[in-house]
Structures are given as C-alpha cells and as structure tokens.
Write a protein that binds this ligand. Structure first.
Ligand code: SAM
Length: 438
C-alpha cells in the first residue's frame, strides 16, 4: 500500500472540512487536491461537488441503511459512506470498486474495526432500490437545501421555488467575457472555433460567450494576454448598467477579485477607476487581473463603510457597490453555500449592505449614479433593501434598466431587476441603478 492518501481518502478529508468544519469547497480543494494524482482529479472534484450538492438525499439514504447513527467522533466514516453512496447511485462507479476501496480507506483512517460496517452498508445499498427510497423522502430533503433556506426561498418566490431548487442542483456553464479593447466578439468566436471550442454568443450582454463545454483557462486563446476572462453572464451586466463616460471618476467599492472592475476598464476608455476592498489577499487578485488585461486603477485596501475617510472625501460620478451578500444566487457554482450559511447571516448582511449603501451615497456627486448589485435571490438583500434606502434618502430615485439591456428572463421589480439562477443560463443576481438628484 502506498503511503500518500488515496483519492477516496482525500475526498473524505475534503468533505469533513466542508460539511463538518464549515470551510469552503475552495479551501478544501486548495488543501487536498495537490495530493490527488492528476488522473484522479476529475473524479475527486466530481465526488466532492456531487456529495455536497446531494447532501440531504445522501444523508437520508445513509440513515436508512444504518442500524444506529455513527458517532460524531467517527464523522470521517460518515463522509466515506456518503461518498460511497454517491459513487454508487450518481456516478455508477463499479460496485466492487466502491466497496473494496472504501474498506481500504477505513483501514488507512486507523479504523479497521469499521471494515464490517462499511462493507455491510455499501453492500446493502447495492441491493436496495435507492430511487424508490429517495421518492419516499419529503420535498425539502429532495431539494437538497437546508430547511430555513428552502422556506425563505419559498416565501420569496413561491411560483418559482421548484425551478430555483432544480437550477441550484445543476452544474453552471462556463461563460467568457470577450475583451472588446483587444478584439470584437465575432473575432474571438472565430479564435475559439479555430481552437475547436464550440461557443454561443447571447444577444446581450455584448461581450458574453457561453462555452458548450468547460475548458481550462490556459487553453483559451489569448487568455494570458487578457483577450478574455471567465465571468458569468449575469455578472457581465454590471458594466453596461453603470455606463461611465470618458473623464468620469468611477468607484468600485467592493472590487475583489476584480471581474467587474476589469470589465469597466475594457469597455469604457478614459475613466479613472478606484477599487476598494477590505481583503488584502483578494485585492492581490484585482492587481493580477488588471495586469493581465493591461489596465490600471487605484487600488485601496479598507473598509467600505468608512470609505469617506479612506478616500479623503473624494466625489465620484459613478459607483458600483457589488455588496457582500448571501450568495444564494450562485449555489449551482458554489453548492457549499447552502450548508455554510446560517439563518442569522442574512440580517447581519443586510445591516452591512445598508451601511455600505449610505457611505457610498455620501461619495456620489450630484447627478451621479450608483449601481447596487448582489448575487442573492433574497428580497431583503435586494428590492426591500433598496426600497428602504430610497425611503431614507429623498435625494434619490431608481432608474429603470432599458429592456434592450436585460437578460430575457430578468424580472423588473419596483426597483431594479432580479435575475434567477439557471434562467438564460445565468447565475442569480440583483441590480438596482440609483441616481442622485442634482
Ligand atoms: C461580491 S464580492 C465582489 C466581487 C467583485 N465586484 C467582482 O466582480 O469581482 C464582495 C466583496 O466585498 C468585500 N467586502 C466585504 N466586506 C467589506 C467591507 N466591509 N469593506 C470592503 N469590502 C468588503 C469582500 O472581500 C468581497 O471581495
């Protein structure tokens, strides 16, 4: 037996990090993927993402296959069994491989005593009609969302609940953003075709391209030279909504990792852009992105709720506030969000968003425009937040977003637009454009 951890052991360790210790999938991958053999990495990711996507259903199946619950101190065995069940039911991995390899992992975990348990549970699963079992579960279990989040989405969007739940279980497509300062989108599409990468351009936003199959970024034509970036189509709406004019001072108040900043600089020549974020590590990524596309901005590390002090009372013509939020619109890309968020996080976030909005407003020049954005689908972070802001700020009104600049399924609200996950192949997003009276 080799000494390094096997792929299944790495899957078990990564699941423990996310589902037991509350870390993100990205953190777990950063810690463990390098010890997975190159040839096993796709399998590692497919199982890790898959178990996290289907956690409620898997947990339901596992409970039904156990005589008594597994102790918390043996949570690694639970993770091993959940991944075994996922491999059997969703990946159709050869049954003997799942059972034998899972038993070996139990031994490597120094839990030889559990060989019988692992063997019995997985063999029992192979004899069971798992689809029929799953059909007997309630709607919340089958949605694979925690009950509080399911109930909140149900209350907010009762007629869209099923569609949202289904979309959140899908894998998102890979969207690119053509860098129009380097080449037209049609030219970049030709370069993709020459590289045998099939892709589709939507009518709007004008820089967006949806790849038929995800690709690693190194293989994308001209990626290192900044000819394209990876960015969801919904996120690509921001630059066009803010539409700064040459000579304008623009502030991106929560800028990292810099996707929307880069899009603004690629699209609007002659603007002066300031990027603020309070996370130094993420701000480095803004600098790397701007260097890759060959653009410049003033990059400032600090708290957006203290931006007046930070920016020494400067006034801006355009402000983008892409606020920290529940990220409930991007669950299909980040399924760990479902399990990492807590119900209390929402009110903490709405308080922070409201403080950021007020501070941003104080930096906006008369007749200036502020674009408020979240990747949330919860009204309290979105339309309700903006309704309250407008009620408390009589010097503002919201500007309707032109119908030619909307994704076809975006829903206009009393203020701004809600984009729903999965529709138009987009992430869930909210945008409201506010103008300050002169
Ligand atoms: C939704 S992300 C921004 C994404 C970015 N606009 C883009 O398109 O790449 C929100 C950002 O807000 C930052 N943030 C959170 N709290 C902050 C605060 N109090 N002050 C400044 N930035 C903050 C986070 O570090 C995070 O980078």
């Amino acid at each position: 037996m080799s000494r390094g951890p096997t792929v299944r052991q790495n899957i078990t360790r990564s699941l423990l990090r996310v589902l037991q210790q509350g870390r993100t999938i990205d953190t777990a991958i950063a810690e463990h993927e390098s010890s997975v053999a190159e040839c096993d990495r796709a399998y590692y990711r497919a199982t890790l993402y898959g178990v996290i996507r289907h956690y409620s259903e898997l947990d339901f199946l596992l409970s039904g296959l156990l005589d008594k619950p597994i102790k918390v101190k043996d949570a690694d065995l639970s993770m091993l069994l959940l991944s075994g069940l996922f491999q059997i039911h969703w990946l159709s991995t050869a049954s003997h491989a799942v059972v034998n390899e899972s038993v070996k992992v139990a031994i490597r975990l120094n839990k030889s005593w559990a060989r019988g348990l692992i063997n019995a549970v997985l063999r029992n699963a192979l004899r069971t009609d798992l689809d029929a079992r799953l059909n007997s579960a309630d709607a919340i279990t089958r949605s694979n969302h925690p009950e509080w989040l399911y109930q909140r989405i149900a209350a907010a969007w009762p007629n869209r609940l099923e569609a949202i739940m289904t979309a959140n279980q899908q894998q998102a497509p890979m969207w690119l953003r053509n860098n129009r300062s380097k080449q037209d989108r049609s030219e970049y599409l030709q370069q993709l075709e020459a590289a045998k990468m099939k892709a589709q351009p939507p009518q709007w936003p004008v820089d967006a391209i949806c790849l038929d199959r995800p690709q690693s970024v190194e293989t994308l034509p001209g990626f290192d030279q900044g000819h394209c970036s990876v960015q969801d189509v919904a996120a690509q709406c921001a630059a066009g909504y803010l539409a700064p004019e040459p000579g304008m001072k623009v502030l991106d108040l929560c800028a990292a990792p810099g996707g929307k900043s880069a899009h603004l600089l690629e699209s609007y020549k002659g603007i002066s852009l300031t990027c603020v974020d309070n996370d130094p590590g993420r701000l480095k990524r803004v600098e790397q992105t701007l260097a890759r596309i060959g653009s410049n901005a003033q990059v400032v590390c600090g708290d957006a709720t203290q931006a007046g002090c930070l920016l020494k009372g400067q006034q801006f013509d355009r402000i983008l506030l892409d606020a920290p939020c529940s990220a409930t619109g991007v669950v299909r890309r980040h399924p760990d969000i479902k399990w990492l968020r807590e119900p209390d996080d929402i009110s903490t976030l709405t308080t922070l968003q409201s403080a950021m909005l007020s501070e941003a407003w104080s930096l906006l020049a008369p007749k200036g425009r502020l674009l408020y954005a979240t990747c949330s689908i919860l009204p309290e972070e979105n339309n309700t937040q903006i309704e309250q802001f407008i009620a408390n700020h009589p010097d503002t009104h919201s500007v309707a977003i032109d119908s030619t600049q909307r994704l076809p399924s975006a829903l206009p609200l009393s203020h701004g637009l809600q984009i729903f996950p999965g529709l138009d192949d987009a992430d869930g997003f909210y945008y409201a454009l506010l103008e300050k009276h002169g």
